[in-house]
Design a protein around this ligand. Sequence first.
Ligand SMILES: [Zn+2]
Length: 239
Amino acid sequence: MILTVVLIIAAAALAFGLWFCWACATPSSTFFRPVLHRGPREGKRVSLTFDDGPSVQFTEQVLDVLREHNVPATFFVCGKNVENHPDLLRRIVADGHEVGNHTYSHLCLFFRSRRRMAEEIDRTQGIIEKVAGLRPRIFRPPYGARWFGLIPTLLERHMHLILWSAAGYDWKKDVQGITQAVLRGLKPGAVILLHDGRETRDTAEIDRSRTVLALPAIIAGIHRQGYVFAPLRDFLPST
Ligand SMILES: [Zn+2]
C-alpha cells in the first residue's frame, strides 16, 4: 500500500517535472505569456530571424544574401557582440532590418533572479541605443528558455517575448538539412529561426557558413511555396 502511494507520488512528480520542462523550454508553450512564436494565420507570410550576432564575416554574408533577394529579417543580437562589432549592427539597421534583444551575455535564464534578467536586458538595450539609436521592442531568450519574472520584466519595458515556430537547426545540420528543416516547418505566420553568430564566442569559434549557404535555397523554397517575407513587426499585436 505504502509502495503504491510512493509510486503514484513519484509518477506525479515526474509528470509535473516533464510538463514544467516543456513549459519553460518549448517554443510553442504558452505557459509564460504573452508570447509570440508564430504570426497571424491570414495571408501566406513568414518572417525570418537570426540569433546570436553580430559576428565577423557571417553577419555580413547573411546581409548580402538578404539584400540580393530583397528580403527583410530580424536580428536578435547579444549586447556583448554589439560592443565588439558596432559597425555590423549599424549595417543591419542601415539595410532596413529589425533588431531584437537577445541578452548581453547569451545567458540561459533558468533559475535567474528577476534582477539578473533585467540587468541583461537593460544593458543590451543601452548598448543598442548607443550604437544604432534605437531601443528594441522585442526580446528572444537564449535557448528559448523562459523563467518566472521574465514576462513582468518585459512588460515593464513594453517589450514582446518572441520565440519561433520553424527552426533550421543550423547548429547541427548540414546545408541541405537546414534548408529542409525550415521548408518543412513552413506554415502561414511561421517565424523562422537561424543563426548569424554563436552565443558570445570568439570569432575563431564561429562558423555559420552552412547557414549562409542554405539561405538562398531557403528563400527560393519559400517563394516557390507562394509565401512572402514579412517584417516581424507586422506579426506583433498592434498597440
Ligand atoms: Zn541564442
